[in-house]
Design a protein around this ligand. Structure first.
Ligand SMILES: C[S@@+](CC[C@H](N)C(=O)[O-])C[C@H]1O[C@@H](n2cnc3c(N)ncnc32)[C@H](O)[C@@H]1O
Length: 213
């Protein structure tokens, strides 16, 4: 069984290899050139899961460029399959855990970052691992150009409270905050992620914040 699954994974990687960026550190400062689109806005999603959100964004906005960063190597394969099925010319997949964005991006290289339903790391001693910890916010501030944004969604109210505190500690005032995204004016443009669909079907409110850098 194991052999077969490794074989099929290798086959998928071969078929969808055009969408996988195997050496993201060598793309630092050159991402737009990789797409042959030097003037296009460039957006990153961290923790894309199976990729429904970022693939829908890429399909909805062909004039923009997108990077899906997903650390789970088998999960990232699901994004690659979607890219191929939709023949998305404006999306690449980074199969890595984002920890030091300066390894992949020049200062100001990105127009925006999306973080959707990231792992909450509920234990206090793991707070530094949360993607909205001030350690990460400082990285986002460097990687995103002035005027660019961070958009953050979560079902986890505790993580959202923590994130608002971290934004304040980092001197970042949210341009938008809602505890009920789906009942807010932002719902019209919203693209649901896999997790979002599951949580909202259970009646859970979805928290949303946007930071402008
Ligand atoms: C809870 S899932 C949410 C997936 C998706 N965003 C959604 O809303 O359906 C979080 C995902 O983030 C990935 N992840 C966690 N930390 C990451 C990091 N530092 N860099 C990239 N991916 C990460 C995990 O492997 C997992 O697939």
């Amino acid at each position: 069984m194991r052999q077969r699954s490794i074989k099929s994974r290798d086959l998928i990687l071969e078929e969808c290899g055009d969408w996988l960026e195997k050496a993201p550190e060598f793309c630092k400062g050159r991402w737009r050139g990789l797409f042959g689109r030097e003037d296009a806005p460039l957006f990153l999603e961290i923790g894309s899961g199976k990729g429904r959100f970022i693939c829908s964004m890429a399909s909805r906005h062909p004039e923009q460029l997108f990077l899906a960063c997903e650390g789970g190597s088998n999960i990232a394969i699901r994004i690659l399959q979607k890219c191929k099925a939709q023949e998305l010319a404006n999306l690449r997949v980074i199969r890595a855990y984002a920890d030091d964005l300066s390894a992949f991006f020049e200062d100001g290289e990105l127009d925006g970052i999306f973080i959707n339903f990231c792992d909450p790391w509920p234990k206090a001693r793991h707070a530094r691992r949360r993607l909205t910890h001030r350690r990460m916010l400082e990285q986002y501030r460097r990687a995103v150009k002035p005027g660019g944004y961070l958009r953050f969604k979560t079902d986890n109210d505790g993580l959202f409270d923590f994130s608002l505190e971290e934004f304040a500690a980092a001197g970042l005032a949210p341009a938008a905050v809602t505890r009920d995204l789906h009942a807010s004016p932002f719902a019209a443009e919203n693209i649901m992620t896999e997790y979002e669909e599951r949580f909202s079907a259970e009646g859970k409110n979805i928290n949303y914040a946007e930071i402008l850098f």
